[in-house]
Design a binder for this molecule. Structure first.
Ligand code: GUN
Length: 278
């Protein structure tokens, strides 16, 4: 029977550590402030933004909410980011993605001052990660490293396979595993014989975006399986990219959906916010 990697419990542990740190900073006269910008009212984005605000409240981080209408122009958004970049009382800036199609996401991300880029999406942050320099790291992959470390799973020397090559998850994930001395393979939609590749993995990170695609045929006996996906099935239940019931019989440890990777993303965002004042 596989061990369940409890992202909810581990994220609470991290948030409690941060809460203590923020209280200590407050006592020394330092406040932490995160500006959260949402353009339009995409329902999923509203849920994520709401959860981020709640986490700020729990930890004692001050959050400034900018809920802008769908018709906001790119120029207006860039102007707001410019103003927040200049404000000494704002430590972190987060622009919830996706943005409406008339706004160039790339331009918006580049506008954020890298010293306030708590999402770790700015090219300077990504470049720093690539060459092992200091900078903010994208929250989902950073959270996965914490899940592995805090579950006592060794990364050094392990065969790590990441399925997915997005800028937000797959690519930074591969770089972080490499930084931890894993032997890393990145597989994607054009990979040939995907099962043969994934069956080499001691640690398999799945970010394919397809519900329950990864069955036991893709998994080596005893592997650790991390599921980044989240989908609502026809039965209205949440599921991941991994067919949990099928895979749990062959792996040694696995993250559930919900309650695995998801809560860690927010915990790491909070951690980046605290780091922004240190
Ligand atoms: N949309 C989906 N995930 C994220 C995230 O981690 N950060 C931001 N800013 N937008 C997102």
């Amino acid at each position: 029977m596989a061990t369940l990697i409890d992202g909810k419990a581990i994220s609470t542990q991290i948030k409690d550590e941060l809460k203590e740190k923020v209280a200590q900073l407050k006592a020394e006269g330092t406040k932490v402030t995160l500006a959260v910008i949402q353009v339009g009212n995409d329902p999923a984005s509203s849920v994520y933004v709401g959860n981020k605000k709640k986490a700020c409240e729990y930890i004692g981080i001050n959050s400034l909410a900018y809920e802008l209408p769908e018709e906001t122009t790119e120029e207006e958004l860039l102007k707001l980011i410019g103003e927040l970049n200049e404000r000494a009382d704002v430590n972190g800036i987060l622009v919830q993605l996706p943005l409406p199609s008339h706004i160039d996401e790339d331009k918006v991300i580049r506008k954020i001052d890298p010293s306030k880029d708590v999402d770790g999406f700015h090219p300077q942050s990504v470049g720093a990660l690539c060459i092992g320099q200091k900078g903010y790291v994208s929250c989902t992959p950073a959270g996965i490293i914490q899940l592995l470390k805090r579950s006592g799973i060794e990364i050094a020397g392990k065969e790590c396979v990441v399925i997915g090559r997005s800028n937000i998850v797959g690519k930074p994930m591969a770089l972080l595993l490499l930084r931890e001395n894993g032997t890393v393979t990145v597989a994607h939609s054009r990979t040939k014989d995907l099962k043969e590749v994934t069956k080499r993995a001691d640690i398999l990170i799945v970010a394919v975006g397809k519900p329950k695609m990864i069955t036991k045929d893709y998994v080596k006996e005893g592997a650790v399986v991390i599921d980044v996906g989240i989908h609502r099935g026809a039965d209205n239940k949440l599921c991941g990219d991994v067919d949990f019931q099928d895979v749990e019989g062959v792996c040694s440890a696995i993250t559930p959906v919900p309650g695995g990777v998801g809560p860690m993303t927010i915990a790491m965002l909070m951690s980046n916010c605290v780091e922004s004042v240190l």
